[in-house]
Design a protein around this ligand. Structure first.
Ligand code: DGJ
Length: 704
């Protein structure tokens, strides 16, 4: 195909206009608001040629533009470094979906591109490169690059560390240059950007033009934003490949991860609304009500005793828990974190009659049973390592040198078919032999110097893990799986294509969690984000919080408890029971509605919530994260409600009353009943009580 050929994909108020005719990969003429009609005439929408530049303006394709950071990088021992794609074949164009192939005959490469604009306005792009030549082609990068208008002058992405994942960082992005985020650790990492957002000046939760992109990949990643001297602004995303990691033999292909890219004209909530709808529309998305979880980790750690755990299960069932998850410590030699990983058999010393007495007890109480595993790892102090010391990813298979340990563990080489099969069969047997409804699948270290057969192996390992999950899910379709990685170091839509929720963080400190959950939910709807009520004094930070505050935070996710509730007093137990009931009452709303955040002027307070898709009800939280800047709290403007409807507003029990300072509560809160229109609540805002710092008020709004 030669000449310009325009394709106009339109959905949900978004247009993606592609030029697919001029030889190379698709060029993006527009990605943003719905244009209604195609750009005409096609030939007019090409830039001018300035002085001292190429005589023909380079196309801005999904592999980059001119001398910008390229989406495709590689060579055949130095040759074929600049493939000239001289043939384009459009395979299919239907329902906002395009599949096309570009061939670079002289370079011996072909590129298949699949672009889809889903009904929610989310663009999904994936590139696959095939070596058509006679010699090996070393691929160093195959990504997706998307142009963004130059008025997107602010950049927001996320970063973090263990127990403090997904904190936003925002900067002006009006200078020329490249902002590059890389993960080289075989997982997205605690510091993963998650969603990289470029937006118009001052964009907020509810305003501004914003473009965001996410890479659905659970291995190493590279994500960049670039502003060129030419004026072009681009977002790029690719798997990070180490030198020599991918060398394509004749006829071999590399399939790059899917990029999910999203535009909205109404700020970050607009992006999340589209992404949440898109994620919820996946065929494998969890549809059953999200059960109340009790996870044993912060309750008992490695102290596994049947009597202690059955007592915990009794209390759990009594307060309304629906899924009891036995965490780390149940398998051979696992009395601490220095031994046992790899030995996936029940430790007879701790469990002389196996796990079944506990499982029967839990099931008898009407709860589901869940189990912790960490299948990708091995301790050197394990029977598995002693039998197979060569089953470890390492820089060079010819030596005994292992990568540095991390939590006393190494990464099992699942690229080896024998190691993969062994782990697969052990997990398969566990699931076949026991009545297990849920696996918490952990991954507690970065991949460092991780090689297989002397070559970098993060990619092959990631694909092996995907195969492992896919096979086990195929064989045990009723089992749900959680992606955990020392908390939230593996949160991405690649792992979530084969798991049912993520563990957002090892921090159960509610104050930390407010931020971690808000920003995890920039991409993920609340039902996919595990959020537990932890102990009164958080184990990871030493902060003490009321149950009311911990409950108000944990409600807005997939709710659970991670606390030794067998040791709490009857009053607290009753309050927890009420909190569990609150979650169960509202989970249908929380897990199907639209997530909203106000742009509140005082950074000491957060206003967020979930509004039913038909706007008949909502659950809103006013969270005091610090002491307020004003004497009287600024009114909370509640976003997302139907302006024409009246709502009855009532406080919700989250495990006791929030602590108001000197009873400084507004009259509406003390009245019997209070009703106001969505317009008044959204525009004027609701007067708030003076809350002590680290307190929250949760409100239910019911249209009347
Ligand atoms: C790290 C996880 O994030 C924790 O929740 C817990 O499962 C521990 N691993 C167990 O070792």
């Amino acid at each position: 195909m030669t000449g310009h050929h325009q394709l106009h994909l339109r959905a949900g108020g978004v247009s993606l206009v592609l030029d697919v005719g001029a030889g190379g990969p698709p060029a993006v003429l527009h990605w943003g608001r719905d244009l209604g009609t195609p750009l005409a005439p096609s030939s007019a929408w090409v830039p001018a040629v300035p002085h001292s530049a190429l005589d023909v303006a380079p196309r801005t394709t999904m592999l980059g533009s001119g001398l910008a950071r390229p989406g495709l990088l590689g060579s055949r021992h130095g040759r074929a470094f600049a493939p000239q794609f001289d043939e384009v074949v459009v395979d299919t164009v239907a329902d906002n979906e395009v599949r096309l192939r570009c061939v670079a005959h002289a370079a011996g490469l072909s590129l298949a591109t699949h672009v889809r604009l889903d009904p929610h306005g989310v663009v999904q792009v994936a590139n696959t490169l095939r070596n058509e030549g006679d010699a090996g082609y070393q691929l160093d990068r195959l990504g997706v690059v998307l142009p963004v208008p130059a008025y997107a002058v602010e950049l927001l992405d996320l970063t973090g560390r263990w127990s403090r994942e997904r904190h936003p960082q925002r900067q002006l992005f009006d200078r020329q240059g490249t902002w590059l985020r890389e993960s080289r650790c075989g997982r997205p990492g605690h510091d993963a950007p998650l969603l990289t957002v470029l937006g118009s000046a001052g964009f907020g939760n509810r305003s501004g033009d914003v473009w965001g992109a996410h890479l659905a990949w659970s291995g190493s990643t590279q994500i960049w934003a670039e502003r060129r001297p030419s004026g072009l602004v681009m977002l790029g995303l690719a798997e990070l490949l180490e030198p020599g990691e991918v060398v394509l033999g004749t006829g071999e292909e590399y399939a790059g991860p899917v990029v999910h890219a999203v535009f909205d004209g109404a700020g970050l909530d607009g992006l999340s609304r589209r992404l949440h709808r898109s994620v919820r529309s996946r065929s494998g998305h969890v549809r059953k009500p999200r059960p109340v979880v009790l996870n044993t980790w912060e309750a008992v750690y490695f102290d596994h005793r049947l009597d202690r755990l059955t007592a915990l299960a009794d209390v759990a069932a009594e307060i309304g828990v629906e899924r009891f998850v036995l965490d780390d410590g149940w398998f051979l030699h696992r009395r601490h974190d220095r031994a046992g990983l790899g030995d996936w058999v029940v430790d007879p010393q701790v469990w002389p009659d196996g796990l079944d007495p506990l499982i029967r007890h839990v099931r008898g109480l009407g709860m589901e049973f869940g189990l912790w595993v960490e299948p990708e790892m091995v301790n050197v102090n394990s029977d598995l390592y002693r039998a197979h010391p060569d089953w470890v990813l390492r820089p060079d298979e010819a030596t005994d040198v292992l990568p540095a340990e991390w939590r006393h563990q190494q990464v099992l080489d699942l690229v080896r078919p024998d190691a993969w099969q062994h782990i697969h069969d052990r997990l398969d047997a566990l699931l076949a032999q026991h009545d297990i409804g849920f696996l918490k699948w952990d991954h507690n270290r970065d991949l460092v110097d991780a090689g297989h057969a002397g070559r970098p192996a993060a990619r092959a390992q990631t694909l092996a893990v995907y195969r492992l999950l896919d096979s086990l899910r195929g064989r045990h379709p009723g089992v749900e799986i959680e992606s955990c990685a020392s908390g939230g170091a593996r949160v991405d839509l690649g792992i979530l294509a084969r798991t049912d929720r993520v563990w957002a963080s090892d921090s159960n400190d509610a104050l930390e969690r407010v931020t971690i959950q808000r920003w995890t939910q920039l991409l993920l709807p609340p039902e996919l984000v595990g959020s537990h009520v932890g102990p009164t004094t958080a184990h990871t930070s030493g902060r003490t919080h009321t149950l009311s505050f911990r409950g108000a935070v944990a409600l807005f996710g997939h709710f659970g408890i991670e606390w030794d509730i067998a040791s709490i007093d009857p009053e607290e137990r009753a309050a927890l029971r009420a909190l569990v009931a609150t979650y169960r009452t509202h989970r249908q709303l929380l897990h199907s509605g639209e997530v909203v955040h106000a742009d509140h002027p005082d950074p000491a307070a957060l206003v967020h919530g979930v509004v039913a898709t038909d706007r008949s009800e909502a659950l809103m939280a006013y969270v005091a994260v610090a002491s307020g800047a004003t004497e009287i709290p600024l009114p909370a403007r509640l976003p997302g409600l139907d302006p024409e409807r009246a709502y009855r507003v009532s406080p919700v029990a989250t495990g006791g009353d929030p602590v108001t300072v000197a009873h400084a509560a507004p009259p509406w809160l003390e009245a019997e009943a209070f009703t106001a229109t969505g317009r008044h609540l959204g525009e004027v805002g609701l007067p708030m009580p003076v809350l002590a710092p680290e307190q929250a008020l949760v409100l239910h709004l019911q249209a009347v």
